[in-house]
Design a protein around this ligand. Structure first.
Ligand code: ATP
Ligand code: MG
Length: 159
């Protein structure tokens, strides 16, 4: 048995788009994804690709300044949080996430470690890192629902 975490190599943004599209196609509702990784490792790029794969055609802004951007899509509400600039996790309480995040919710959180104790638990953690001129992402499923999806995705990954 292989216990290694699945890793996906993302040499360019086109690879991010196909990874996001593959994930979007199997995403349950509700679902929480933590997006970890250093500055510039591609968290927003991935979130943007995922939101667009789910059918959003407008501009997906980085929520770095606004903290939260939300998207009402047919059958799904996406909340995209970026906690890089928060000074205290209590700022998250003002967002009233439990009121916004319902049964059809997808929550994407950049810099989740800055909101520890104030966020819903993740189904899936994606950890982005530099890899030459591209990026690499490690997938950690935290719930049964996520594990099934990651396994399905992994079968489609390049060897
Ligand atoms: N797989 C990739 N290959 C090459 N370049 C990428 C890839 N993913 C993202 N980039 C580029 O990296 C830069 C930073 O991306 P992005 O803003 O998504 O990072 P981030 O992790 O959200 O950063 P921050 O921590 O500041 O929020 C952008 O110029 C983007 O085009
Ligand atoms: Mg970002």
């Amino acid at each position: 048995m292989n216990f290694a975490e699945p890793v996906r190599v993302l040499p360019d943004e086109a690879a991010v788009e196909s990874f996001a599209a593959a994930l979007a196609a199997v995403l349950p509702r509700p679902f929480v994804i933590y997006l970890s990784g250093d500055l510039g490792t591609g968290k927003t790029t991935f979130a943007r690709a995922l939101i667009r794969s789910l059918g959003y055609r407008g501009r997906v802004k980085s929520p770095t300044y606004g903290l939260l951007e939300s998207y009402r899509l047919p059958g799904r509400t996406v909340l995209h949080l970026d906690l890089y600039r928060i000074e205290s996790p209590a700022e998250i309480e003002y967002l009233a996430l439990p009121d916004l995040f319902g049964d059809d919710g997808l929550l994407l959180v950049e810099w989740p470690e800055r909101g520890e104790g104030f966020l819903p638990a993740p189904d899936l953690e994606l950890r982005f890192d530099y890899d030459g001129a591209g990026r690499v992402v490690a997938l950690s499923a935290r719930t049964g629902a996520a594990r099934d999806r990651v396994r399905a995705l992994q079968q489609g990954f390049d060897k």
